[in-house]
Design a protein around this ligand. Structure first.
Ligand SMILES: NC(=O)c1ccc[n+]([C@@H]2O[C@H](COP(=O)([O-])OP(=O)(O)OC[C@H]3O[C@@H](n4cnc5c(N)ncnc54)[C@H](O)[C@@H]3O)[C@@H](O)[C@H]2O)c1
Length: 398
């Protein structure tokens, strides 16, 4: 079987590699020539531990070849970005472009699968697009949606071990898609229809967003009420059926902070909790910023000088280098716009340089600062002294 993966990013590239390792002949396609060049050289253009060895192995065995345009295959996978545009409207133009690029290549018996996180109805729309141009293929090809739920950093294991939800346009499509994934997925494969599979991915990330919003809202209430929110949550979680997450300085990344909008955009009247969770999580960084500014004012009143401040962490979650949609990054950016004549140390131990900020070593920043602001709970920060006269603003549970 020959499979063509369109989009060799964080998800498409590892999936291509694992499929090739599972015995599939893979053509990886990306419009970015640099990505294609590196892939053919067996070099990863993304950061994922252990994956480069596997890439080298499948490339040198001739099981994975990358190109900038698709070619005739037996199965096509769309793994391109699905961002939002304007006022949080989903942008499926990349999925459309990828689909259009393979329509002329389709033949009877082929399999077409969308893996990109997509708004409800995208698979139906793409089927319509295909059959409008190629009406003779109606009922003769298999079309399905199969979302991805891997955790970057643990992709090799999760691509194989995670359960998959597979929703076909019809039962035959679901069956055919399941047969493909069975070649390399050891987790269970759960059949459904394409709309349910699309909504399933959006539901998973919206569920996380709502639960984080609950924790973030509690943190704001507790701050006003003079209660330690982390002690409160630990105590509440002693209840056998309560499991509250930890508050932070917002929600970041390109999944949880993005996907709920795919529901609210299409169901604005109905998706009230989901929409409100987005608002709460978007508000949290602004609330943190106010806290920092108030703390600086108090310091100035007491000490008759400006404090030195350490902003600890830019990544959107602990121990990674991913800065996308990061609330810590947003707080730091807004803070730097507002402060004048102040000593500020910006710390992110997982990157070596930043396009806007000069970075400082975490220990040096801690030592030189009067106010230490913990934004991302990186492991390094847990080694810093807790027995200190410094003012500590801990938004992430260090
Ligand atoms: N990264 C994750 O952790 C994750 C997890 C689950 C789901 N997803 C979803 O998977 C999809 C892909 O995400 P990603 O993180 O891999 O994106 P990415 O930005 O890392 O990679 C996408 C790749 O697609 C290429 N591309 C864009 N248009 C193309 C076209 N028409 N033809 C060929 N190549 C094209 C880009 O050049 C890029 O290399 C998104 O819908 C995302 O929401 C991502």
């Amino acid at each position: 079987m020959k499979a063509c993966f369109i989009g060799l990013g964080y998800i498409g590239l590892p999936t291509s590699i694992i499929a090739a390792k599972g015995g599939v002949e893979v053509l990886g396609v990306d419009i970015n020539p640099k990505v294609v060049e590196l892939t053919n050289q067996g070099k990863l253009h993304i950061v994922e531990e252990g994956l480069e060895d596997l890439l080298r192995e499948v490339v040198s065995a001739g099981k994975l070849v990358a190109k900038t345009t698709p070619e005739v295959a037996d199965a096509y996978f769309v793994v391109v970005p699905t961002p939002f545009k304007g006022s949080y409207q989903p942008d499926i133009s990349y999925v459309e472009a990828a689909t259009k690029s393979i329509i002329p290549l389709l033949k009877e018996g082929d399999l077409y699968i969308i893996e990109s996180t997509s708004p409800i109805g995208t698979t139906d729309k793409m089927a319509e697009l295909i059959f409008t141009e190629r009406p003779e293929l109606k009922g003769k090809i298999y079309i399905a949606y199969c979302p991805e739920r891997v955790l970057p950093g643990n992709i090799i294991h999760e691509l194989v071990a995670n359960d998959r939800v597979i929703g076909g346009l019809d039962e035959a499509s679901t069956e055919r898609a399941m047969a493909f994934y069975r070649q390399f997925v050891k987790g269970e494969l759960h059949p459904t229809n394409c709309k349910t599979a699309e909504m399933c991915k959006l539901t998973e990330n919206s569920s996380r967003d709502v639960q984080i919003a609950f924790a973030n809202e509690l943190s704001i209430i507790c701050d006003k009420a003079g209660i330690d929110v982390r002690e409160l949550i630990a105590l509440a979680n002693k209840h056998p059926r309560v499991n509250i997450l930890s508050p932070g300085c917002g929600v970041g990344g390109h999944c949880i902070a993005v996907d709920p909008y795919f529901i609210t955009a299409d169901y604005p009247e109905e998706a009230r909790v989901i929409g409100l969770a987005r608002e709460v999580n978007n508000y949290k960084p602004l609330w943190c910023l106010e806290k920092i500014k108030n703390s600086i004012l108090s310091f100035e009143l007491e000490h008759k000088r400006k404090p030195a401040v350490a902003m600890m962490g830019l990544a959107f979650k602990p121990n990674i280098d991913d800065l996308r949609e990061s609330p810590s990054g947003l707080i730091t950016k807004l803070f730097m716009k507002e402060v004048e004549d102040m000593e500020v140390y910006i710390v992110e131990p997982n990157i070596t340089s930043h396009k806007d900020f000069a970075l400082t070593d975490y220990q040096e920043a801690f030592d030189k600062s009067d106010i230490v602001v913990y934004l991302t709970a990186h492991k390094e920060f847990r080694t810093l002294s807790k027995d200190t006269d410094k003012i500590i603003l801990d938004f992430c549970g260090i």
